[in-house]
Design a protein around this ligand. Structure first.
Ligand code: SF4
Length: 189
């Protein structure tokens, strides 16, 4: 069973007139939570259903458990990667365990990404990951840059990334980040 809205994140940003960023991601709500909630409401009795959620045992991820469990009520949630009494495995150990079971992890992990999110073009990513995507998947970077430029033409001076200069926070566009990176590479060659 596959549950999908059908749009991609940038279509959602255009429709919602809100560009996703590291703190606010309408794509998560529209593309994941709402379709999943709708399907659960129609198909899954809360008394008979447990939702298994892949939160890992790192401190940073563990902090997400209470709000996630609250938000999915009345369905029961379980977090098998962080259960009491289970060894707290790192992401790398979990990936190794998957390999031992014959499941090949997504290739992004081998390419230096810490998450397998939207093919390396996740709006939650920081500058370092976007530069990695510029090098690894230039066509995906170009798509995201073009979509961001279109959003800016329609809605104003917004950007996925931001940057602080002299204690003032500015939007940092993918276009500016790419031009800077290309200038830096040109200077080093
Ligand atoms: S992975 Fe990132 S860009 Fe993709 S839907 Fe989730 S938050 Fe949005």
């Amino acid at each position: 069973m596959r549950v999908a809205d059908g749009r991609d994140p940038f279509q959602v940003f255009h429709d919602e007139k809100f560009l996703g960023n590291s703190r606010f991601t309408p794509c998560t709500r529209v593309l994941k939570i709402i379709p999943c909630l709708r399907w659960l409401t129609e198909n899954a009795d809360p008394e008979q259903t447990t939702l298994y959620i892949g939160i890992d045992a790192s401190t940073h991820d563990r902090r997400r458990i209470p709000p996630i469990a609250t938000n999915w009520r009345p369905w029961r949630t379980a977090f098998p990667l962080c259960e009491e009494g289970e060894p707290a495995l790192t992401k790398e150990e979990l990936l190794d365990e998957a390999r031992r079971m014959g499941i090949e992890p997504p290739r992004l992990y081998e390419m230096g990404y810490t998450h397998n999110n939207c093919g390396g073009a996740c709006v939650r990513a920081g500058k370092a990951q976007w530069i990695l995507t510029l090098k690894t998947f230039p066509e995906r970077y170009a798509m995201a840059e073009a979509q961001e430029e279109e959003f800016r033409r329609k809605n104003g001076d917004y950007a996925i990334l931001k940057e602080q200069r002299n204690r003032v926070v500015y939007p940092l566009t993918l276009r500016e980040l790419r031009e800077r990176e290309q200038a830096r590479q040109g200077a080093n060659s």
